[in-house]
Design a protein around this ligand. Structure first.
Ligand code: BTN
Length: 269
């Protein structure tokens, strides 16, 4: 098995403007690591990487499994200016997904898509999950964390029965081994490239261009159990999703705790 050793990690991140970084052979969750760093006062851009996660987290309280040496699992503590416009928080969701898409496009000429708000799909199956987390002190944003898990080797993909959406890995799609360090470097490079452009129309456009199911009818279930079937239209300025309802109206949905599915799931059968 080709795992990413600490030396390869160091080489992959060389020269990046990181205040702090760490490689863990095995850790609970890299999101927890950088949250701890934030509590200890870290301010700049920080990166924690794990070769294995033993209690990785996904969205909506789900588990995220990272077997040793199978995946890229890392979290960034984002450095945001005190003037950071909090209406952009919804856009942070797309930041990680867009960076992963562009890395896969540039390195391997793949055509990934983003299942809104922030899952990356290859050939209609999930290859990457992104977990943005915020920590607040009252109304004051103390930490903005972006956790990313990319299934690289086939062994990173949980058995399909354990999943609520079909999954794949980069190597399954490419049918060859890939270099973990190059993919990490390319992803971080794109992420840093977009990080300070979150407000820009170009960022929203690049995210929107990669949206899966655009123009198709999707089924969306909110955490309150509301079930909506409508055509996936576009992104709103804050990164919410606009659906065209059956009566022709556009309705906007926020990203948190929502499940999105194509209505006719032909690609994933
Ligand atoms: C999802 O699709 O539900 C989001 C998955 C996010 C997984 C990554 S792996 C690195 C970081 N640490 C975690 O515990 N979760 C994120």
């Amino acid at each position: 098995m080709k795992t990413m050793k600490q030396a390869e990690f160091k080489k992959a991140i060389a020269g990046l403007p990181l205040e702090k970084s760490a490689y863990f052979a095995s850790i609970g969750s890299t999101n927890d690591v950088v949250a701890e760093w934030a509590r200890e006062g870290a301010k700049g851009l920080c990166l924690a990487f794990a070769n294995e996660q033993t209690s990785g987290r996904g969205r909506a309280g789900r588990h995220w499994v990272t077997p040793p040496g199978s995946a890229l699992a890392f979290s960034l503590l984002l450095d945001f200016a005190p003037s950071f416009d909090q209406s952009l928080l919804g856009r942070v969701s797309g930041l990680g997904a867009l960076a992963v898409c562009e890395a896969l496009e540039n390195l391997y000429q793949l055509a990934p898509q983003i299942k809104w708000p922030n899952d990356v799909l290859l050939e209609g199956k999930k290859v990457c999950g992104v977990l943005p987390e915020t920590h607040w002190s009252g109304e004051h944003l103390q930490a903005l964390i972006l956790g990313i898990g990319i299934n690289v080797a086939p062994s990173s993909v949980p058995i399909q029965e354990a999943l609520n959406f079909p999954a794949t890995s980069v190597e399954d799609v490419l049918k060859r081994r890939v270099n973990f360090g190059r993919l990490l470097r390319a992803t971080l490079g794109r992420l840093l490239g977009w990080k300070d452009l979150l407000e820009s129309p170009e960022f929203k456009k690049a995210w929107e261009q990669r949206l899966a199911y655009r123009g198709e009818v999707v089924r969306l279930e909110s955490s309150q159990g509301e079930m909506v079937e409508a055509e996936l239209h576009s992104l709103a300025a804050d990164g919410s999703l606009k659906l065209r309802m059956q009566n022709g109206d556009l309705r906007t949905f926020q990203g948190s705790e929502i499940q999105l599915r194509p209505l006719i799931d032909s690609r994933t059968k």
